[in-house]
Write a protein that binds this ligand. Structure first.
Ligand code: ASP
Length: 595
């Protein structure tokens, strides 16, 4: 029987005889004595096998190789002074092995070294193909355990403090209102009909409020068939919550308690409360983003009013056409960023043009405080205008001011992108900070230029701000996002629970009552039977754990993730199916592979 996990042993265990199980991380032969690092999910401990003291265990140890599975029985002893390892939690002790039992050997060539010290540069495709080996690695094992701790903290807080109950909702269901592309599953029993996998449990959780569940949560799997990026997966996990009879302030307060509890239990960090808040309008104005990274300054400054009469046509023209001019002030940017990088062909120019900007104007404040402009700006700003720019942006010697002039969306997108790019490059972002921020008062709708109609920014069940109810098209929503270091980790809203309001919202997004009934009729019907005021939120669990783990990809905090091509390299999903299965479903593929 196991007496301890390997990583648990400390000097207080010296003198005990212990039984351990694990994998051989590494084996070293030191002039007759064999040292083994044995690993399990808790960490590593050093085993010593000495031919003179325990010849049987020595012969056992000789046969061992990396990743063999072993059972070790031996005595915990203190390490000699010169082999203490302060970097290892078990570094004060070693186990003198009495018995070493080989439980299973490795029969194939390992695709990569699993050993803790040697595994940082393994190619990701290999790691994903042999994910079971990859998950043995220290870093991945820690990530899985951290994820578990986060979920445990969530459950504990929601159940014990919040009085929430967990309810499961269907995976085989109908389309939900998040608006991404659905994954579809054909029905064999109802030929010709299809289930959609849920993009979120949104409709069911609202129905549960009609049922009087009052406080619901679920660690819910969600599916969205979208193009993938580093922080997206076709299936992902949300902490999904919904509650009745709570005001927006109460929802926010409850969630601050929850998030603080998570940080407290997995990071030991006390978050200052209340969390800071920005309205959507402020966030866009100051950062050009609805999920600003507030770990550093470099806030944007709107100078449209100053530039509307300037002789520089790019600026005055943009304002005349209904656009704006904004500045990104970069302290130290004068030295750090050369002209070639800002002009066509340069990396900053490339960033800007990928955001839709046609070019970047700039002003340098030289070290002696002299202002230097280039190109057309140079002769077209008066001294007074230059001075006013410096005052407004707080620019001092050494600053670089980057300008974008276009429609508001393009300007914000451009400068947001450049702010993050430059902030990273100049090391302005304190990576140890954990900045949480609520963004509130989102607009209800945004304009979908392709379809030439308004669409719900959150989803069409989001309640409008009570003050804006008479002009829905420009109304603010009672919606809130939680942002952590520039990443959206949660989002939710108070919901509409009155039929008249719901109908107006459908009308605003051009959904006829008939279409609305067709899609969401069951929910609208349920709303006729006594619906409590309610609201909720969902957190992206994968993203949250990624940030807490200090990882850059959500794949590193998911046990069996998919690639950017939405495939699983371990199982080779998705894959073809038997003709017989398709026949049963009466589904035929019209796909012809490109030659
Ligand atoms: N269902 C929403 C989402 O997945 C979250 C919510 O409104 O609670 O974004």
């Amino acid at each position: 029987m196991r007496t301890y996990y390997c990583g648990e042993l400390r000097s207080e265990h010296i003198g005990e005889t212990v039984t351990l199980y694990g994998w051989v991380d590494r084996r070293r032969d030191h002039g007759g004595v064999i040292f083994l690092d044995v690993r399990d999910r808790s960490g590593i401990v050093q085993i010593v096998s000495d031919p003179e003291r325990t010849p049987d265990s020595y012969h056992g140890a000789e046969a061992l190789r990396s990743e063999y599975v072993v059972k070790i029985t031996g005595r915990v002893t203190s390490r000699p002074e010169d082999s203490l390892n302060p970097k290892l939690p078990t570094g004060e002790v070693e186990i003198y092995a009495d018995e070493i039992e080989l439980l299973n050997a490795v029969r194939k060539q390992l695709p990569f070294q699993v050993a803790t010290a040697e595994n940082e540069s393994v190619r990701e495709d290999l790691r994903l193909k042999y994910r079971y080996l990859d998950l043995r690695r220290d870093r991945m094992s820690r990530n899985l355990q951290l994820r578990h701790q986060v979920v445990k903290a969530m459950r504990r807080h929601l159940e014990d403090v919040g009085g929430f109950i967990e309810v499961e909702t269907p995976i085989l269901t109908r389309s939900t209102p998040e608006g991404a592309r659905d994954y579809l599953v054909p029905s064999r029993v109802n030929l010709g009909a299809w289930y959609a996998l849920p993009q979120s449990p949104q409709l069911f959780k609202q129905l549960l409020m009609v049922s009087g569940v009052d406080r619901y949560y679920q660690i819910a799997r969600c599916f969205r068939d979208e193009d993938l990026r580093a922080d997206r997966q076709p299936e992902f996990t949300q902490l999904d919550m919904e509650m009745s009879f709570m005001s927006l302030e109460e929802v926010i307060e409850l969630n601050e308690g929850l998030v603080s509890q998570i940080f407290q239990s997995v990071k030991g960090v006390e978050l200052p409360r209340p969390f800071p808040r920005l309205t959507y309008a402020e966030a866009m104005d100051r950062y050009g983003s609805d999920k600003p990274d507030t770990r550093f300054g470099m806030e944007l400054v709107d100078v449209s009013d100053l530039m509307k009469d300037s002789g520089f046509k790019v600026f005055s023209g943009a304002v005349a056409a209904g656009g704006i001019v904004k500045v990104l002030p970069i302290p130290g940017g004068n030295d750090a960023i050369s002209n070639v990088r800002i002009k066509p062909g340069g990396d900053l120019f490339k960033e800007a043009s990928e955001a839709g900007a046609k070019g970047l104007a700039y002003i340098r404040v030289r070290d002696n405080g002299e202002i230097d402009t280039i190109g057309a700006i140079k002769d077209n700003l008066t001294e007074a205008q230059k001075q006013e720019l410096l005052d407004r942006t707080g620019a001092q010697s050494g600053h670089l001011l980057l300008f974008a002039a276009a429609d508001a969306t393009t300007v914000n997108k451009t400068l947001d992108r450049l702010r993050l790019f430059v902030g990273n490059e100049l090391g302005s972002i304190d990576k140890d900070k954990m900045n949480l921020l609520w963004v509130t008062d989102f607009p209800m709708f945004e304009w979908n230029a392709d379809e030439k109609r308004l669409e719900a920014l959150h989803h069409p069940f989001t309640a409008p701000h009570p003050d804006d109810i008479n002009d829905l098209k420009t109304a603010r929503a009672q919606a809130y996002d939680l942002v952590l270091n520039g990443t959206e980790v949660g989002g939710g809203s108070l919901r509409i629970y009155q039929r008249e309001v719901q109908e107006k919202v459908f009308e605003a997004i051009g959904l006829s009552t008939e279409e609305a009934y067709n899609k969401f009729g069951f929910l609208l019907d349920a709303f006729e039977y006594g619906t409590p005021p309610h609201g909720g939120i969902a957190y992206g669990l994968d993203r949250l754990v990624m940030l807490l783990a200090g990882e850059e990809s959500i794949r590193d905090v998911i046990a069996f993730p998919k690639t950017q091509q939405a495939g699983c390299l371990l199982t080779n999903a998705p894959a073809g199916v038997d003709e017989k299965q398709l026949k049963e479903l009466q589904v035929r593929s019209t796909y012809t592979p490109k030659s």
